[in-house]
Design a protein around this ligand. Structure first.
Ligand SMILES: CC(=O)N[C@H](C=O)[C@@H](O)[C@H](O)[C@H](O)COP(=O)(O)O
Length: 228
Protein backbone atom coordinates (compact mmCIF):
# COMPACT_ATOMS: atom_id res chain seq x y z
CA UNK A 1 0.00 0.00 0.00
CA UNK A 2 1.30 3.49 -0.75
CA UNK A 3 1.98 5.92 2.05
CA UNK A 4 -0.90 8.11 0.88
CA UNK A 5 -3.22 5.11 1.01
CA UNK A 6 -1.96 4.24 4.50
CA UNK A 7 -2.93 7.64 5.90
CA UNK A 8 -6.17 8.05 3.95
CA UNK A 9 -8.99 8.96 6.32
CA UNK A 10 -6.69 8.57 9.30
CA UNK A 11 -4.92 10.50 12.02
CA UNK A 12 -1.30 11.60 11.77
CA UNK A 13 0.23 12.73 15.06
CA UNK A 14 2.80 15.50 15.07
CA UNK A 15 5.54 14.80 17.63
CA UNK A 16 7.58 17.96 18.07
CA UNK A 17 9.23 19.74 20.99
CA UNK A 18 10.74 23.19 20.96
CA UNK A 19 14.41 23.49 21.93
CA UNK A 20 14.81 23.41 25.71
CA UNK A 21 11.35 21.95 26.39
CA UNK A 22 11.33 18.99 28.81
CA UNK A 23 10.36 16.65 25.94
CA UNK A 24 13.14 17.89 23.66
CA UNK A 25 14.90 14.55 23.27
CA UNK A 26 14.64 12.01 20.44
CA UNK A 27 13.89 9.22 22.94
CA UNK A 28 10.87 11.17 24.14
CA UNK A 29 9.71 11.74 20.55
CA UNK A 30 10.00 8.03 19.85
CA UNK A 31 7.95 7.26 22.99
CA UNK A 32 5.31 9.80 21.93
CA UNK A 33 5.20 8.33 18.44
CA UNK A 34 4.86 4.78 19.78
CA UNK A 35 2.06 5.98 22.06
CA UNK A 36 0.35 7.62 19.08
CA UNK A 37 0.59 4.39 17.13
CA UNK A 38 -0.88 2.46 20.10
CA UNK A 39 -3.78 4.89 20.08
CA UNK A 40 -4.50 4.38 16.40
CA UNK A 41 -2.47 6.99 14.56
CA UNK A 42 -1.61 5.93 11.02
CA UNK A 43 1.40 8.20 10.69
CA UNK A 44 3.79 10.57 12.43
CA UNK A 45 4.94 14.08 11.59
CA UNK A 46 8.15 15.30 13.19
CA UNK A 47 10.78 18.01 13.09
CA UNK A 48 14.56 18.05 12.99
CA UNK A 49 17.11 15.68 11.51
CA UNK A 50 18.01 14.20 14.91
CA UNK A 51 14.40 13.29 15.77
CA UNK A 52 13.62 12.10 12.24
CA UNK A 53 16.56 9.71 12.24
CA UNK A 54 15.50 8.29 15.61
CA UNK A 55 11.88 7.93 14.52
CA UNK A 56 12.80 6.28 11.20
CA UNK A 57 14.98 3.74 13.02
CA UNK A 58 12.39 3.00 15.72
CA UNK A 59 9.32 2.92 13.46
CA UNK A 60 10.63 1.83 10.06
CA UNK A 61 7.19 0.93 8.70
CA UNK A 62 5.21 3.93 9.95
CA UNK A 63 4.43 6.68 7.43
CA UNK A 64 6.66 9.60 8.44
CA UNK A 65 6.30 13.24 7.44
CA UNK A 66 9.47 15.22 8.14
CA UNK A 67 10.45 18.86 8.28
CA UNK A 68 13.13 21.10 9.70
CA UNK A 69 12.21 24.33 11.41
CA UNK A 70 14.69 27.17 11.02
CA UNK A 71 13.42 29.95 13.27
CA UNK A 72 9.80 30.64 14.12
CA UNK A 73 8.72 33.43 11.80
CA UNK A 74 8.74 34.15 8.09
CA UNK A 75 9.59 31.14 5.92
CA UNK A 76 10.81 28.70 8.58
CA UNK A 77 9.40 25.26 7.74
CA UNK A 78 12.06 23.48 5.66
CA UNK A 79 12.84 26.86 4.09
CA UNK A 80 15.67 25.96 1.70
CA UNK A 81 16.65 23.17 -0.65
CA UNK A 82 19.49 22.31 1.74
CA UNK A 83 16.98 21.76 4.56
CA UNK A 84 14.72 19.70 2.28
CA UNK A 85 17.59 17.44 1.19
CA UNK A 86 18.65 16.97 4.83
CA UNK A 87 15.09 15.91 5.71
CA UNK A 88 14.85 13.55 2.73
CA UNK A 89 18.18 11.99 3.66
CA UNK A 90 16.74 10.76 6.97
CA UNK A 91 14.48 8.36 5.08
CA UNK A 92 11.13 10.06 5.66
CA UNK A 93 8.29 9.19 3.32
CA UNK A 94 7.12 12.78 2.90
CA UNK A 95 9.16 16.00 3.06
CA UNK A 96 7.02 18.89 4.33
CA UNK A 97 8.13 22.37 3.35
CA UNK A 98 6.85 25.93 3.34
CA UNK A 99 4.46 26.08 0.41
CA UNK A 100 3.46 29.72 0.64
CA UNK A 101 4.19 32.11 -2.19
CA UNK A 102 6.61 34.09 -0.02
CA UNK A 103 10.21 34.31 -1.26
CA UNK A 104 12.35 31.45 -0.01
CA UNK A 105 15.57 32.36 1.83
CA UNK A 106 17.79 30.58 -0.70
CA UNK A 107 16.14 32.40 -3.62
CA UNK A 108 14.91 29.18 -5.25
CA UNK A 109 11.35 28.81 -6.45
CA UNK A 110 9.17 26.13 -4.92
CA UNK A 111 9.10 24.34 -8.29
CA UNK A 112 12.91 24.27 -8.48
CA UNK A 113 13.10 23.03 -4.90
CA UNK A 114 10.60 20.23 -5.50
CA UNK A 115 12.37 19.16 -8.70
CA UNK A 116 15.78 19.11 -7.02
CA UNK A 117 14.52 17.00 -4.11
CA UNK A 118 12.86 14.52 -6.46
CA UNK A 119 15.98 14.29 -8.60
CA UNK A 120 17.85 12.84 -5.62
CA UNK A 121 15.28 11.07 -3.46
CA UNK A 122 12.25 8.87 -3.97
CA UNK A 123 10.08 10.91 -1.64
CA UNK A 124 6.77 12.76 -1.65
CA UNK A 125 6.65 16.52 -1.10
CA UNK A 126 3.99 18.19 1.03
CA UNK A 127 3.40 21.93 0.80
CA UNK A 128 2.41 23.62 4.05
CA UNK A 129 0.17 26.47 2.87
CA UNK A 130 -1.85 29.32 4.32
CA UNK A 131 -4.35 30.09 1.56
CA UNK A 132 -6.04 28.95 -1.62
CA UNK A 133 -3.59 31.04 -3.67
CA UNK A 134 -0.65 29.32 -1.98
CA UNK A 135 -2.16 25.91 -2.65
CA UNK A 136 -2.82 26.62 -6.33
CA UNK A 137 0.78 27.77 -6.80
CA UNK A 138 2.14 24.79 -4.87
CA UNK A 139 0.21 22.31 -6.98
CA UNK A 140 1.46 24.08 -10.11
CA UNK A 141 4.97 23.73 -8.67
CA UNK A 142 4.50 19.97 -8.58
CA UNK A 143 3.92 19.05 -4.93
CA UNK A 144 2.26 15.73 -4.11
CA UNK A 145 0.03 16.89 -1.28
CA UNK A 146 -0.97 20.09 0.47
CA UNK A 147 -1.52 20.84 4.17
CA UNK A 148 -3.35 23.75 5.79
CA UNK A 149 -0.50 23.94 8.33
CA UNK A 150 0.36 27.61 7.89
CA UNK A 151 -3.11 29.11 7.87
CA UNK A 152 -3.13 31.70 10.65
CA UNK A 153 0.65 31.80 10.94
CA UNK A 154 1.67 34.27 8.24
CA UNK A 155 0.78 37.51 10.02
CA UNK A 156 -1.58 38.92 12.60
CA UNK A 157 -3.01 37.18 15.63
CA UNK A 158 -3.18 33.39 15.49
CA UNK A 159 -6.86 32.37 15.43
CA UNK A 160 -8.26 30.04 18.07
CA UNK A 161 -10.01 27.61 15.75
CA UNK A 162 -8.71 25.41 12.94
CA UNK A 163 -9.25 26.70 9.41
CA UNK A 164 -11.76 24.07 8.35
CA UNK A 165 -13.12 26.40 5.68
CA UNK A 166 -9.71 26.31 3.98
CA UNK A 167 -9.70 22.51 4.25
CA UNK A 168 -13.05 22.40 2.47
CA UNK A 169 -12.08 24.95 -0.16
CA UNK A 170 -8.85 23.13 -1.02
CA UNK A 171 -10.46 19.70 -1.05
CA UNK A 172 -13.07 21.00 -3.50
CA UNK A 173 -10.59 22.45 -5.98
CA UNK A 174 -7.34 20.48 -5.84
CA UNK A 175 -6.46 17.22 -7.54
CA UNK A 176 -3.89 16.35 -4.85
CA UNK A 177 -4.69 15.13 -1.32
CA UNK A 178 -5.38 17.85 1.25
CA UNK A 179 -4.14 17.35 4.80
CA UNK A 180 -5.98 19.22 7.55
CA UNK A 181 -3.44 20.57 10.02
CA UNK A 182 -3.23 23.37 12.54
CA UNK A 183 -5.11 23.99 15.81
CA UNK A 184 -7.23 20.84 15.54
CA UNK A 185 -7.81 20.42 19.24
CA UNK A 186 -10.74 18.04 19.58
CA UNK A 187 -11.79 14.69 18.09
CA UNK A 188 -14.91 16.45 16.78
CA UNK A 189 -12.83 18.98 14.84
CA UNK A 190 -10.72 16.15 13.42
CA UNK A 191 -13.82 14.30 12.25
CA UNK A 192 -15.26 17.49 10.77
CA UNK A 193 -12.03 18.00 8.79
CA UNK A 194 -12.56 14.60 7.18
CA UNK A 195 -16.18 15.47 6.39
CA UNK A 196 -14.91 18.63 4.68
CA UNK A 197 -12.80 16.45 2.38
CA UNK A 198 -9.44 16.12 4.11
CA UNK A 199 -7.37 13.13 3.04
CA UNK A 200 -5.81 12.89 6.53
CA UNK A 201 -5.76 14.92 9.72
CA UNK A 202 -2.60 16.01 11.55
CA UNK A 203 -2.90 16.76 15.27
CA UNK A 204 0.07 17.95 17.29
CA UNK A 205 -0.35 20.20 20.31
CA UNK A 206 -3.56 18.64 21.64
CA UNK A 207 -1.83 15.24 21.86
CA UNK A 208 1.91 15.78 22.19
CA UNK A 209 2.49 19.12 23.92
CA UNK A 210 1.55 18.44 27.54
CA UNK A 211 2.88 21.80 28.75
CA UNK A 212 0.48 23.63 26.43
CA UNK A 213 -2.45 21.37 27.26
CA UNK A 214 -1.72 21.74 30.99
CA UNK A 215 -1.60 25.49 30.52
CA UNK A 216 -5.11 25.46 29.07
CA UNK A 217 -6.47 23.69 32.16
CA UNK A 218 -4.48 25.91 34.52
CA UNK A 219 -5.69 29.07 32.77
CA UNK A 220 -9.30 27.88 32.97
CA UNK A 221 -8.96 27.38 36.73
CA UNK A 222 -7.35 30.77 37.13
CA UNK A 223 -10.22 32.41 35.24
CA UNK A 224 -12.73 30.50 37.30
CA UNK A 225 -11.07 31.62 40.56
CA UNK A 226 -11.02 35.22 39.38
CA UNK A 227 -14.74 35.11 38.57
CA UNK A 228 -15.75 33.57 41.90
C1 LIG B 1 2.65 26.62 12.30
C2 LIG B 1 3.71 25.59 12.62
O1 LIG B 1 4.84 25.94 12.82
N1 LIG B 1 3.30 24.31 12.64
C3 LIG B 1 4.21 23.25 12.95
C4 LIG B 1 4.37 22.37 11.80
O2 LIG B 1 4.89 21.31 11.78
C5 LIG B 1 3.94 22.58 14.28
O3 LIG B 1 4.44 23.45 15.28
C6 LIG B 1 2.48 22.23 14.65
O4 LIG B 1 2.51 21.66 15.94
C7 LIG B 1 1.82 21.26 13.68
O5 LIG B 1 1.53 21.93 12.48
C8 LIG B 1 0.49 20.67 14.20
O6 LIG B 1 -0.39 21.69 14.53
P1 LIG B 1 -1.07 21.75 15.98
O7 LIG B 1 0.04 21.66 16.98
O8 LIG B 1 -1.80 23.07 16.04
O9 LIG B 1 -2.00 20.57 16.10
Amino acid sequence: MSVLDEIRGRLVVSCQADPGEPLDDPAHMVALARSARCGGAAGIRAQGVRDLRALRAALPDTPLIGLVKDGASGVYITPTLGHALAVAETGVDIVALDGTTRPRPDGRTLAATVAAVRARYDVLVMADVASVADADAAVAAGVDLVGTTLSGYTGGAVPHDPDLDLVGALAARLDVPVVAEGRINTPEEAAEALRRGAHAVVVGTAITRPAVVTGRFAAALLTSRELS
